[in-house]
Design a protein around this ligand. Structure first.
Ligand SMILES: Nc1nc2c(ncn2[C@@H]2O[C@H](COP(=O)(O)OP(=O)(O)OP(=O)(O)O)[C@@H](O)[C@H]2O)c(=O)[nH]1
Ligand SMILES: [Mg+2]
Length: 199
């Protein structure tokens, strides 16, 4: 699968605006500031396709990027404490809207911070993904910030929570260094090709 001919399509501020799925969708989910936009840029090999920010909560819309064989969907990050109740409601509306439309989701890339234990919100998101039976994988990003001992400890923690024989792939990742890029691209291509047969 070729990731370079990617184009930004549209940003949606409400779920009602979303067009029906006409391509398999690959969804990027994670808490605010975890590194979703950086990861998208890295897997498509573009420096600034998705906006990266030092201040959390920058991606407040559902953003669609189009590739020949799929759409990449950048969801707004969750769990940022400093947003208003109204913003939180808008976020829930967007997420519930997106996931309740029977969209053709090839893969959800659930992104967590490799340095920390998954937050309650991360765990809720994973429980939700499990309950709807959507294919997903876990990406542990910012791997470049861990030393070897921390890495071993965090790997054991994440494998215990999400991996194992019945579990999902847990992919160590670094947008800075490029670790995990090829493996994630492989997962995306695999799921999209499987789903493409149904379109
Ligand atoms: N060292 C390191 N820093 C990273 C990595 N990924 C992201 N960052 C930094 O983390 C911060 C947040 O990155 P974004 O990609 O904007 O995160 P986001 O999840 O899209 O954030 P929102 O859209 O605001 O929710 C930025 O300062 C990035 O430079 C990584 O793999 N390694
Ligand atoms: Mg973002």
């Amino acid at each position: 699968m070729n990731f370079s001919p990617v184009v930004f399509e549209q940003a949606f501020g409400s779920a009602a605006q979303l067009p029906p799925s006409s391509l398999p969708e690959v969804v990027f989910s994670g808490r605010s500031n975890v590194g979703k936009s950086s990861l998208i840029n890295r897997i498509v090999g573009r420096k600034s396709l998705a906006r990266v920010s030092a201040t959390p909560g920058k991606t407040g819309t559902i953003n669609f990027y189009r590739l020949p064989g799929c759409r990449l969907v950048d969801l707004p990050g969750y769990g940022y404490a400093k947003v208003s109740q109204a913003e939180k409601r808008r976020w829930s509306g967007l997420m519930e809207g997106y996931f309740s439309q029977g969209r053709r989701i090839a893969l959800v890339v659930q992104i967590v911070d490799f340095r920390h234990a998954p937050t309650e919100d991360d765990q809720m998101m994973v429980d939700f993904l499990r309950s709807c039976g959507t294919p997903f994988c876990i990406v542990a990003t910012k791997s470049d910030k861990l030393n070897r001992a921390q890495r071993e400890e965090q790997t054991a923690l994440l494998d215990g929570l999400f991996g194992g024989p019945q579990g999902v792939p847990v992919i160590p990742f670094s947008s800075l260094k490029g670790e995990g890029v090829a493996e994630l691209q492989r997962q995306i291509a695999l799921r999209c090709e499987e789903m493409a047969q149904d379109f």
